[in-house]
Structure formats: C-alpha cells, structure tokens
Design a protein around this ligand. Sequence first.
Ligand code: ADP
Ligand code: MG
Length: 700
Amino acid sequence: MSLQTFFNPKSVAIIGASRQKGKVGYEILINLIAGGYAGKIYPVNPKADEIEGLKVYPDLPSIGETPDLVVIIVPAQFVPGMLEECAKVHVKSVIIITAGFKEVGPEGKKLEEEIVRIAKRSGIRFVGPNCLGLISPSHKLNACFGGDLPVPGGIAYISQSGALLAAILDTANANGIGFSSLVSIGNKADVDELDLVEAFGSQRETKVIAGYLENIKDGNAFVREAEQISQKKPILLMKSGSTAAGAKAASSHTGSLAGGDVAYESAFKRAGVIRCESIKQQFDFAQAFSNQPLPKGQNVVVITNAGGPGIMAADAIEQRGLTFAKLTEETKKKLAEKLPAAANVHNPVDVLGDALADRYEFAFDVVLDDPNVDAAVVLLTPQAMTQSKETAEALVKIAKKKGKPVLACFLGAAKVEPGIQVLRKGGIPQYDSPESAVETLNVMCEYVRWKARPKRVVRLFSVNRRKVESIVERHLRQGLLDIGEAEAKDIIEAYGFATPRGSIATTAEQAASIAQQLGYPVVLKIWSPDILHKSDVGGVKVGLKSDQEVKDAFDLMMYRIPKKKPEAKILGVLVQEMVRTSGKEVILGMHRDPQFGPLMMFGMGGILVEVLKDVSFYLAPLTGEEAKQMLMTTKTYQILKGVRGQEGVDIEAIAEGLQRVSQLVTEFPEIKEMDINPYVVGAPGTTSIAVDARISLEKK
Ligand code: ADP
Ligand code: MG
C-alpha cells in the first residue's frame, strides 16, 4: 500500500483529543487547526462535547464516515483496543503517538507486538508508537506536536528521535527552510525508514531525502532500495550509535577492526547515501540539493567584495580537491571593460569593497556564462556601501537563468540579514563560512560522480565449490566452528589461492623428514585448534635451514607452548615451505555484519595489522573497481605502488584476491569471519601466496 494517504488525507480523527492545554491530545489538535488543515477534523473523546469549536465524537463509529488518517494518543494499554476499533471502520492509516511500548521493557514489547499483529491482520499501516507524529506542509497537515508548520519545500525528513525532530523544526522555521514532509518514526514498529525512503523516492515534491537514524531494520533491503533511489535524488543521513557486531569482542583481526560503524559507512557508500555529521551540515547540504541544479563539472568560481574571504574560499577549494575555475580570456576582457581598474578579473573575482548591487550583478552574469565555470560561490562582506538586499535580489534573478549551482556566503549578522532573507526565498542557499559553501559543493560533485559510476559487474571465478562444501559441512557436523590454518588453506586453494606446500608432523624426526622433502629453508608452525594467533605463543619459527634446526625448533615449541597455554590441545606442527619473496604482507579479511552481511577488509598485514589499523572495508560482493578502491583508500597504498625507486607490488593480484574471498563468503553464508594474513604479494607477474589463513563458521 502506498503511504500517500499519510501525507494527503482528506480527513483526520484524533483519538484522545483533549481540552486541556499542555496535553499532547490538545497540542496536536491545535497544531492541526493552526496549520490551516483544510480537510475534516474529528476529535474523539467520550468525555467531551466540543473542543476549540469542533464537535467531539464519543468513538470512531459515531463519526459516520471512515477517516483517512487516525492519530492515537490514548494511554498505551488502550492502544490495542483503539486499533481494533480502527480496523472495524476500515481505517488504513494510523499514527500512534503514545509511548510506553518496546522502549520501556518486556511488557511494553508485548504490547507493541500485539498492535503489530492487529495492524497486519487488518491491513492498517501505522507510524510509531512513541513518536511525535508527521507533517506535510504542502497539504497544511501538522499532525505532530513537534512545532509549528514549516513552509513547503523540497526536503523530506525522517527522524528516529522525536526530540531531534523538534529541534530541526525550530531551526528550520527560524530560517525559513522548507519541507515536503517530516516524519517522527519513533519505535518504527510498522512504517520504518525503508518504507519512507521508498515513499519519498517517488514523491514529486521531494527533491532530497534527509534523516536521522539510530539503526536500520533490514540492512540489505535498505542498501538495495537506497541505491536505486539515490540514482534519482540524494539521500542525506545522520547516523548515531554503532552496530552490535562492533561492540562484541571478535576473534579475527577483521572482526576486531570492524568495530564502530564501518558496516554502516560501507553500506552508505555502496548505496550513494551521503553521510552527515551534524544537523548544520545536513541542512547545508540539503538546501543546496533541494534548490540548486547539480554541477556538470568541478570548476568553481568565487566572486567576492573582499580579499580575505576570497582566499579562504580558494584554500577550501584546493583542499577539497575541487578545481579553481580558469576564466576564459573573453570573460576576463568583458570584466575588465566595466569593473574598476583595481578589481581582480581573475578567479577569485574581486568586485572591491565599494561594489554596489549592480557591479555584483554584472560580474556574476559574465562569469556564470563562462564555459570554464561549473559552479559559483558568492561572498559578501558588509562594508560601508554594500547593498546586501539588492545584491541578493540580483543574484537570485541571474542565477535562475544559468542552470549552474550558486551558493552564497554573506558574512556578518544584522547588516546582511535582509540579503539572506532574499536569498532564502529565492532558493540560493546561504552559508556561514566560505568553507561550508565549498564543502557543500564538493559533496554535490561527489554525488554527481557517484551517479555516473559504471554499472557494477561482479566477476565470478571458476572455483571448486564442492570441496569447500564438504570441509564446511564436516566441521559443522562435528561442532568445530574454528577452521585452523591447514584446512582453511584447503578452502582458499579451492577458490584459487596459492599456498605454501607443507604437511603435519607429530614428532621431531617426522618434521625433519618433511622439511627435507620440501627443501630448506622451512617454517615450523604450531598446530592446535585452540591457538588462533600462533606467533603470540612462540608458535611460528621461520628460516630453519637444517634437520637439526627443525628438530630443535620442534622440541622447543613442544616444551614452551604447553606452559604458556596449558589448556590448548596440541596436535603437532605444520612444516611449511618458506615463501621467499621480497614481497609485502597484506591482509584480506571478512567479517559478517548482522545487518549488512559480509564486510570485506583489506589492510597492510602481518603481525602489525592491529597496531597500524590502516585498513579499509567494503560490502561484499565486490566488483573489481570496488576492490581497487579498497586498496586506494589505505595510507599504505603508496607503499604498495612503490615509493622512491622501490618496485611496487602486484596490485591486481590483491584486488583479485579480495574478489575471490568475496565470492567465497557470498557463496558460503556459514563463514562468519575469515582472515588471510599474511597474503604475501610480490612484483607484478610473480605468484602471490596466502601464507596463513583462518576461518570461523556459524550454524545457518
Ligand atoms: P600467526 O598469524 O598465527 O601468528 P602466521 O602463519 O601468519 O602465524 O605467521 C606469522 C608470520 O610469520 C607471518 O606474518 C609471516 O611474516 C611469517 N611466515 C609464516 N609462514 C611463512 C612462510 N611459509 N614463509 C615465509 N614467512 C612466513
Ligand atoms: Mg597470520
């Protein structure tokens, strides 16, 4: 069912409407009336006859028609009964404002489950419970007790925090920011962020979808849907709190590094969602996206009446990686003809402190026509003769004709306020600093690039899936959830990884004879299902060159390790060919996030990975492009590419390794976490080798 009736109902009933000022049941009614709602309003309350001049009905059936939207504000224990009553008269859309559900504990949770059941059974969609309600300015619908009705505009807002919504409303109303809708989703027991993103995605008046979320109910569905919608309109989200997975202690490197909210970060990146760090930033971005065209390129011109702010803007452009537009000769000539001799006709164009509105207008008109200009930042400082209002009027008039984004930064307060008012009404976003304006332009450029990204193509390698199936099944059957080095390697070999040759020895003599067969030097590694990080207990000895060294190393491990880890069951040692490359050690990993599924990790590996924490994450399945992006976002990428005459390593091999792991974990949801650490990569053309691997499983 479309949610459209929520935003454009022909009639609204308020169950629990009250005569008493200060009560939610009164405030909502008043907000609805004060907002100028044109549909019918039916207050419902068995103990009142009239509130604010409106006839009050004792119950829903006595209204005599089915209201399009019902707002419920009665105490929690009566909500199920009221919802039943809604069902009886075939109401389809309900807002449950009442608190006292899941958020208060097990009793409340039960009550919440009950209302979900009633709603499902009767085809009712509801917003809430425990929310402030919703607002739809273009239909003059303020079914919310968060504040006054804002002006209509292009921003749709979804908030998981009611209090934050109230703050946003207050700020927005003070600054004349317009909305298409605002929804406080509360406990989101039925209508959730996904439903609303979907609804706003196809709502014509919504140009930008913004929101504050603490969690996302269905991560995969959200990513899928948001990716589609981001293609049409930008989604700007603030997200607080971290995933449960991050908080839990993890045994793999990838798991312990995947803390915080890297899963959300990756999911947002994948879906094109623009993440915002504060309300201010969110509205800085939202206003530009909702009112201005997208830039076609990243060449920015700055127009100013003072040198200092012009330089600040230029620095910010440089720092963000945008391009400082080079004006054409023709533009410069035109500017020079009319501007005073002291003016700067190069970017940043300085119209000088005595510029009146007409000079700004002229310069603005000329530079926006320049083919080398994709976007403009207009700065104004209130100097003695400055006409902030008239200048703003000129900007609004010209900007409308040019089809290029224009962002303003009128610096100051009282003196520039009249100008800012005009800008706002005219749809030119105003910023409190040149940096904020440039940051916003940068986000717009990033969004344009994201939209133009190549189609995602996930490469499928031919692999030995059967073999992995049998190893995984056997481990699960025996209740062995940790797969140690030897068998983890069988698994990754089946997916195309090269690993060092080697086998298991249980005596010193056997170890020496395996070593001879392999050829010296060799590596000895402790073999125990209970030891995850072998080096930590002295369980790895590299570069052994003779039978004697192998035997000594064997004896030493058998003597020392049981002392360090008395509880560990030691099965023997792994004698392994020593990988001789001058290569670099990297880590390829995966950690399965409960919300978003397999999260791939890349980082500079070896034993230092958790110290350096120079890692990057991305959601599986990975495309080749995404795998390379993962490499490029680490600091060590420069080292891998080769610095100061040092030859670089095989970047393609690492990217391919990541894609192979991505395929493995996508095809085997039983794999909960895994690391290949180290993956030793040499110069391009040499074979990269997975020197160590571990995999942990979970029952599906
Ligand atoms: P763990 O991670 O359990 O401590 P590893 O097998 O990763 O044990 O070994 C630790 C380090 O020893 C590796 O990072 C690598 O530098 C080195 N190493 C291990 N096996 C080999 C090998 N076959 N050839 C060369 N170096 C190795
Ligand atoms: Mg290791």
